[in-house]
Ligand binder design. Structure first.
Ligand code: PXP
Length: 240
């Protein structure tokens, strides 16, 4: 069955806009699971701009009580993240490229450019019994290298398809997935997927989808009426 993993980073983005305690991504994770999410995904960035160490710890503790829910930790291949992942033990580690200036992950990890470092890094993650995915462009050469260095999964970057949801971009994702599977890799997909472009991707033979921004955006829109109604009741109270 295709697993829908919800990336809740942007609940933390709203919290960090005020450096306060709400909205709490832990509560968001619980509600996402109630809504049918098969997994919760977070990206712990070096600059902690949204998700922080406390969030990772509490979400992983909660999910460890729910064996059917997958906890995915997206992270850069750094020593600090290796140390955190080895303690937290997420169900899946997804290695992503990270630049401080970017608004979101801008492209797949260029594995060929740092093959030796990543091979060693994966070896270390595997020593801690972690399952590892690499976020990667729909590029056969990169996929082959992911296999060579021991990745368990790849996550195909669907950003280019999301920007141009046409047959040609869809085929690139499809061919990447088919090629990865033919050489023994498990396959996920994510980035930029939304309520309009998801159908064609959901039909592909993928294990997990990782979707964040569009779901959190939609949550704000479908929740605002109820939130205002609640506040309105409280503000009208004094006049009754
Ligand atoms: N997959 C990876 C590897 C990502 O880095 C992100 C963004 O954090 C996502 C999926 C989710 O992308 P979006 O927020 O555009 O749905």
């Amino acid at each position: 069955m295709l697993k829908l993993c919800i990336n809740i980073d942007h609940i933390a983005t709203v919290r960090e806009a005020r450096k306060t305690i709400e909205p709490d991504p832990i509560i968001g994770a619980k509600l996402a699971i109630e809504g049918g999410a098969n997994g919760i995904t977070v990206h712990l960035r070096e600059d902690r701009r949204h998700i922080n160490d406390r969030d990772v710890l509490l979400i992983s503790q909660h999910i460890s009580t729910l064996p059917h829910i997958l906890f995915t930790l997206e992270m850069a291949a750094t020593d600090e993240m290796l140390s955190i992942a080895s303690k937290v033990k997420p169900g899946l580690v997804t290695l992503v490229p990270e630049k401080r200036q970017e608004l979101t992950t801008e492209g797949g990890l260029n594995i060929n450019a740092q093959k030796q470092h990543l091979a060693k890094y994966l070896e270390n993650l595997h020593k801690h019994s972690l399952t590892v995915s690499i976020f990667i462009n729909a590029d056969k050469e990169q996929i082959k290298t992911a296999k060579d260095i021991g990745a368990d999964f790849i996550e195909v970057h669907t950003g280019p398809y999301a920007e141009n949801p046409n047959e040609s971009e869809l085929n690139k994702v499809k061919e990447a997935i088919e090629y990865a599977q033919s050489i023994g890799l498990k396959t996920n997909a994510g980035h930029g997927l939304n309520y309009e472009n998801i159908k064609a991707i959901a039909k592909l033979n993928i294990e997990q989808l990782h979707i964040g921004h569009s779901v959190i955006s939609r949550a704000v829109m479908i929740g605002i009426k109820e939130a205002v109604t609640e506040m309105k009741k409280l503000t009208d109270f004094n006049f009754k």
